[in-house]
Design a protein around this ligand. Structure first.
Ligand code: 5GP
Ligand code: ZN
Length: 117
């Protein structure tokens, strides 16, 4: 069935508690934890418990959960006291995606005014 845990997926293992992570928020369907190699003072990953390889696949199959990732990112930003932050979904190795379980990067705590796109 779509969305099922994948045996070789790092983020499925984090959801299952098999690999430790610094969790900042948890809901029935999402998990937010600190990135192991932060690129900003606040760098949190928000992921669905279900496994989809990228954000578009998640949104196509389970749009409510895709929306919950955005809502959770907003709550993490609030918890971290961030009014200004950046949300990123890397999709594909050529765009820098290294973990193929959909995840939303929340980056903040530093000036990020340079345009990337
Ligand atoms: P991507 O490059 O796929 O968009 O993002 C994957 C992110 O996962 C990277 O920023 C990387 O630092 C982070 N990451 C990789 N392995 C681990 C891990 O074991 N624990 C945590 N918390 N983050 C990880
Ligand atoms: Zn997974």
């Amino acid at each position: 069935m779509a969305g099922e845990p994948q045996p070789d997926c790092l983020f499925c293992k984090i959801v299952a508690g098999e690999i430790p992570a610094t969790v900042v928020r948890k809901t029935e369907r999402t998990l937010a934890f600190r990135d192991i190699a932060p690129k900003a003072p606040t760098h949190v990953l928000v992921i669905p418990h279900v496994h989809y390889p990228n954000a578009a696949a998640l949104a196509a199959a389970e749009p409510e959960i895709a929306g919950e990732l955005l809502a959770e990112a907003g709550r993490v930003a609030e918890d971290e006291g961030l009014a200004d932050y950046r949300l990123i979904f890397n999709t594909g190795a050529g765009a820098g995606q290294t973990v193929f379980h959909a995840h939303l990067h929340l980056l903040g705590g530093v000036s990020m005014t340079e345009r990337m796109v």
